[in-house]
Design a protein around this ligand. Sequence first.
Ligand SMILES: [Mg+2]
Length: 92
Amino acid sequence: MDKTILTRAIEAFGRRSQILKAIEEMAELTVALARVGTSEDINSNEIIEEIADVSIMVEQLALMVGARNVAIFVTQKMQRLEERIDIRREQS
Ligand SMILES: [Mg+2]
């Protein structure tokens, strides 16, 4: 994802505005996902588009707090996820 455009968005619209936009986009994805299995299919264009919206906003949030700081937690949490997968495999 182009960090220059993401940084420009934060500078152009302001942090508070982009935080509120992130909340809005996450809510839209939440609503779309809640409909999966009823009126919505996981592969619907609406869900794909909302995932894209959230991805763009999450990247901006990461830039605000320091993408490197987020990356450290991502690495740790991916390791924990892998451990849980391994435990599940041992149990089955
Ligand atoms: Mg949206």
